[in-house]
Design a protein around this ligand. Structure first.
Ligand code: ADP
Length: 309
């Protein structure tokens, strides 16, 4: 088995997008634009983002034995992702049915399909893939039982990065393995509930109290906040200033870049300083996977980070 810098365990979806003048009400039919089909899903996005930056990346996922599955596998391979861990069959490929109106507001129906059939047994069968990766990155668009089995199957020297999206209550054994737990503002607020507070530093303290070894909170144009539970240090990491065109998939690109750089041995704030450059580059172009930069396309590194109280 090859050595991988990063193993992504997660979802792969075909995003089916139709532009409409007005999103339909109940019982209504509206005509829309030609259909556009884009490769997506948080797992697929993260794997493509890392591979495009130059990380040796593998994806463990499940797609259907259908045309969307072929499209997703092709997109992964074109970016340089090793797809030996992509299982095929059991249900149709996951799809997101997306209608977008002229103001950019959208309505989305997700059919998880094959993603919901990525089982704990599939994780147990992928032991050699798990053993070949320094860092494992996952999200919650696959069953929580599968994520929990992944945590149990990790080698002690492997590092787990978890983006709990869509946010859901997490078992203590999963939280304890996160190094870091990566959330955006929305995910932080859902996980913390009504007592979340208003400052990212408060969210970070609240999240650390749930048990992860470290926490990273992404803050859109403001960059990110890192909180290292062991060192007790909080660092604000500013993002490069860019003209944002489309923020779809920016968090996935950020998290993939962060996970890869942690596996190379960088500390949390240094890895986040790299990841904000990747997230910022991703928002300057339309789409998710289509928007992800190569290492050559990143803005220069910013001035050193500012310690945060
Ligand atoms: P999500 O996509 O999960 O909602 P964020 O919106 O926090 O997550 O974005 C993730 C990262 O993408 C940020 O940490 C930042 O690096 C980058 N980013 C997002 N929006 C912008 C923006 N408007 N300008 C510059 N960078 C951005």
């Amino acid at each position: 088995m090859n050595e991988f810098d990063l193993l992504v365990v997660g979802s792969a979806n075909a995003d089916l997008v139709v532009g409409v003048e007005r999103r339909p009400a109940a019982g209504e039919t509206v005509l829309g634009s030609d259909l556009a089909v884009h490769p997506g899903g948080k797992g697929g996005n993260q794997a493509v983002a890392a591979a495009r930056l130059g990380a040796r990346t593998a994806l463990l996922a499940r797609v259907g034995d259908d045309a969307h599955g072929v499209l997703l596998l092709d997109a992964q391979r074109a970016a340089g992702v090793d797809t030996v861990g992509v299982l095929v069959g059991g249900a149709p490929t996951g799809v997101a049915l997306i209608t977008v109106d002229p103001s950019g507001d959208n309505s989305i129906v997700v059919s998880p399909g094959a993603n919901a059939r990525l089982t704990p047994e599939d994780i147990r069968a992928a032991g050699s893939l798990l053993a070949a990766a320094r860092v494992v990155s996952t999200q919650l668009e696959i069953p929580l039982d599968t994520v929990a089995e992944l945590v149990r199957g990790l080698r002690p020297e492997s590092r787990l990065v978890l983006n709990p999206s869509p946010p859901a209550p997490l078992p203590a054994e999963v939280l304890a393995a996160c190094d870091p737990l990566v959330v955006n503002e929305h995910e932080a607020r859902v996980i913390l509930g009504t007592d979340a507070g208003d400052a990212p530093e408060e969210w970070a303290r609240g999240l650390l109290a749930l048990g992860p070894r470290s926490v990273v909170i992404t803050l859109g144009a403001e960059g990110a906040l890192t909180a290292d539970g062991t060192a007790g240090s909080f660092v604000r990491v500013p993002s490069p200033r860019v003209d944002a065109v489309d923020t779809t998939g920016a968090g996935d690109a950020f998290t993939a870049a962060l996970a890869w750089r942690l596996g190379l041995g960088e500390d949390l704030a240094t890895a986040a300083a790299y990841a904000v450059r990747v997230g910022a580059a991703a928002v300057t172009r339309k789409g998710a996977q289509d928007s992800y930069p190569t290492a050559d396309e990143l803005a220069p590194a910013a001035a050193p980070e500012v310690p945060s109280p």
